[in-house]
Design a protein around this ligand. Structure first.
Ligand code: BG6
Length: 507
C-alpha cells in the first residue's frame, strides 16, 4: 500500500472546491435517487460546487440525457430532506447532467465514456478532474475499476478518484482481493471507501467534543469510564432488500462498518493534527486494538437475533422469514450484539457493548458512556432512583445532541437525589440545517479530503474482528426467530450484559 504523505493531504479547514465531473455507476439505482442526486443538488443550491461541474450517470437502461434529467428531477423532489425546490437552481444544475448507457462488462462502454468525458470537459470546463462513484452491485466494483483502467481513464490531465460504496468485501480475504483489484488502477490515496456514518454531523462532532474541549478528555479512560453502549436501532425491516440482507445480516451490514467506525471515533487517541492521515491513523490504530475473540469468547460475548412475527395495534406484522425474497428457514441475523474490548492502556477491561437491529421499537442511534459511581456514598437516605451513575449520551439520530446525566438534590427537606440532565441540542443551539452525510462526504471527495473515509487497513482491521464471529455464527444453528417485531431484541443480549452487572439502556 503506498504511504500517504501527511504533508500533502489537506487540513479539513483549508478547503477549495475544484472543478470536476462525477461519474456515477449505478445511476438508475436506489442510492443515486435517494441520496446522491439530492445531495449534489443541495450542494449546488448552497453554492458549494465550483462552476465547472458535471455529472455523468451510467447504467444499463437506455435513456437520453433529457430523460435522465427528468428522472433525477423527480428523485430530487421526492427524496430531498428539504421541502423547498428551486426551479432555477435545478435548471442550472441539470444542464450539467449527462447519461451514458452501457454494461459494466462491455469494453465499449469505457470507450464511449472516455469520448463523452472529453466533450463534457470542453463544454463544462471540468479541468480533466474526474470522481468515479461505484454505486452498483458489489460484484461489479472490480470489473468497473478494471474497465476504467483498460480505457486509460484511471489517469488523465486532472486528478482521478474513486468512491466505493459498502460492502468492502464480505470477509477479510474478499476485502483484500477487492483492494488489490482497485489498486491496479487507483492508488490507495485515491480510493475513497464511503461509510456514511462518518459523514453524519453528530459523528464528526464527537471529535470536536473530545478534542476541542479540555474537560472531558481527562475522564476518557478506564479509570473513570465503567462501560460504553453503542446502539443503532431501526424500526424498519429489510424494506424490499430481503435478498441482499439475507446474505449480509446485521453484523456485516452495520457493525463491521458503521458501528466499529463510531466506536473507533469514540475511543481513538487524540490525533496530532487534523490532517486526514493523522486522524485516520488513530482510527485505524484503535480498530487494530480491538480484541479478536476466541470461539468460546464469541459464544459468551456476542448475540445474534432474528425478528419473528407479531401482532401490534391490531395489525399482523411479518417476521423476517416471511419477508419477500427471504428463505423461510433463514439463519440470517437481523439483530447483532457484541461485547468488545480494546486492548490498550486507555481502555483495558472496559466493555464496549455494541448492538443493532431491525424492527426494534424505534429508530435511534446513540452512544452512552457510563462513568464509575462516586467512590463513597455519603447520601445514605437517597431513594432507589437516586443511586445511579453519571452518563454521557451522544445522540447521533434522530434528536441530535449530547446530554450529561448527573444527580441533583430534590427540593425539600432531606437529601433526596434524583438524576437530571444537562442537554445540548443541535436544533435549538444552532437553528440551522445540518448537511446530510452524503453532502459532506461528496464535497470532501471533490476537495480531496479523505479524513472521513475508510482506508484499506481500517477495513481489514474491522473484518479481522468480525470474521471470527461470523464463522462461529455460521457453524451454529440458532433457534430463530428469537425476538418479536417491536421488542428490544433477544433476551440473550440482556443476559450478556447482566453477567457483568450491566443493563442496556432503553433510549
Ligand atoms: C445502511 C445499511 O448502510 O445503513 C442499512 O445497509 C441501514 O441496512 C442503514 O438501514 C442505516 O443508515 P441510517 O443513516 O438510516 O442510520
Amino acid at each position: 500500500m503506498p504511504i500517504e504523505n501527511p504533508f500533502e493531504d489537506p487540513l479539513r479547514f483549508e478547503r477549495r472546491v475544484p472543478e470536476c465531473a462525477i461519474v456515477i455507476f449505478g445511476a438508475n439505482g436506489d442510492l443515486t435517487k435517494r441520496k446522491l442526486l439530492p445531495a449534489l443538488y443541495r450542494l449546488a443550491y448552497d453554492r458549494r460546487l465550483s462552476a465547472g461541474f458535471a455529472v455523468a450517470g451510467i447504467s444499463r437502461t437506455s435513456m437520453s440525457d433529457d430523460q435522465f434529467r427528468d428522472k433525477m428531477k423527480e428523485a430530487v423532489q421526492q427524496f430531498s430532506d428539504d421541502t423547498h425546490f428551486d426551479e432555477d437552481v435545478w435548471q442550472a444544475f441539470a444542464a450539467g447532467l449527462f447519461y451514458v448507457a452501457g454494461d459494466i462488462a462491455d469494453a465499449g462502454l469505457y470507450q464511449r465514456l472516455a469520448a463523452r468525458l472529453a466533450e463534457i470537459e470542453k463544454a463544462r470546463h471540468t479541468g480533466g478532474n474526474v470522481l468515479f462513484y461505484l454505486s452498483t452491485q458489489p460484484s461489479q466494483y472490480a470489473p468497473a475499476a478494471l474497465g476504467l483502467g483498460s480505457a486509460g481513464l484511471g489517469k488523465g490531465n486532472g486528478w482521478r478518484r474513486l468512491i466505493v460504496e459498502k460492502p468492502f468485501g464480505h470477509d477479510l480475504e474478499s476485502a483484500r482481493e477487492l483492494s488489490d483489484n482497485l489498486h491496479q488502477v487507483f492508488a490507495e490515496a485515491d480510493v475513497y471507501r464511503i461509510d456514511h456514518y462518518l459523514g453524519k454531523e453528530t459523528v464528526q462532532n464527537i471529535l470536536a467534543f473530545r478534542f476541542g474541549n479540555g474537560i472531558f478528555e481527562p475522564l476518557w479512560n478506564r479509570r473513570y469510564v465503567n462501560h460504553v453502549q453503542i446502539t443503532a436501532a431501526e424500526s424498519i425491516g429489510v424494506e424490499g432488500r430481503g435478498a441482499y440482507y439475507q446474505e449480509a445480516g446485521a453484523l456485516a451490514d452495520m457493525i463491521q462498518n458503521h458501528l466499529l467506525q463510531v466506536m473507533a471515533t469514540i475511543a481513538m487517541e487524540p490525533s496530532a493534527s487534523f490532517r486526514a492521515t493523522s486522524v485516520r491513523d488513530e482510527r485505524s490504530k484503535l480498530l487494530r486494538s480491538i480484541r479478536h475473540m476466541t470461539p468460546d469468547e464469541i459464544r459468551q460475548n456476542t448475540v445474534p437475533g432474528q425478528y419473528g412475527p407479531a401482532r401490534i395495534g391490531g395489525q399482523d406484522l411479518p417476521g423476517f422469514r416471511q419477508e419477500t425474497g427471504v428463505d423461510p428457514q433463514s439463519q440470517t441475523d437481523t439483530y447483532a450484539a457484541a461485547t468488545f474490548f480494546v486492548e490498550n492502556w486507555r481502555w483495558a477491561g472496559v466493555p464496549f457493548y455494541v448492538r443493532t437491529g431491525k424492527r426494534l421499537p424505534k429508530r435511534v442511534t446513540e452512544i452512552a458512556i457510563e462513568f464509575n459511581r462516586a467512590p463513597l456514598a455519603i447520601f445514605e437516605n437517597q431513594d432507589g432512583d437516586g443511586n445511579v451513575p453519571n452518563l454521557l449520551i451522544v445522540r447521533i439520530q434522530p434528536e441530535e445532541g449530547i446530554s450529561l446525566k448527573f444527580l441533583s438534590k430534590r427540593p425539600g427537606a432531606g437529601m433526596n437525589l434524583r438524576p437530571v440532565s444537562m442537554d445540548f441540542n443541535y436544533g435549538s443551539s444552532f437553528g440551522e440545517r445540518s448537511p446530510s452525510a452524503y453532502e459532506t462526504l461528496l464535497l470532501d471527495a471533490i476537495i480531496g479530503d479523505a479524513t472521513l473515509y475508510t482506508r484499506q487497513d481500517m477495513v481489514e482491521a474491522s473484518w479481522s474482528v468480525v470474521e471470527p464471529i461470523q464463522n462461529v455464527w455460521r457453524q451454529t444453528k440458532f433457534d430463530f426467530p428469537n425476538y418479536p417485531v417491536g421488542s428490544w431484541g433477544p433476551a440473550a443480549a440482556d443476559e450478556m450484559l447482566a453477567r457483568r452487572g450491566h443493563v442496556w439502556r432503553k433510549p
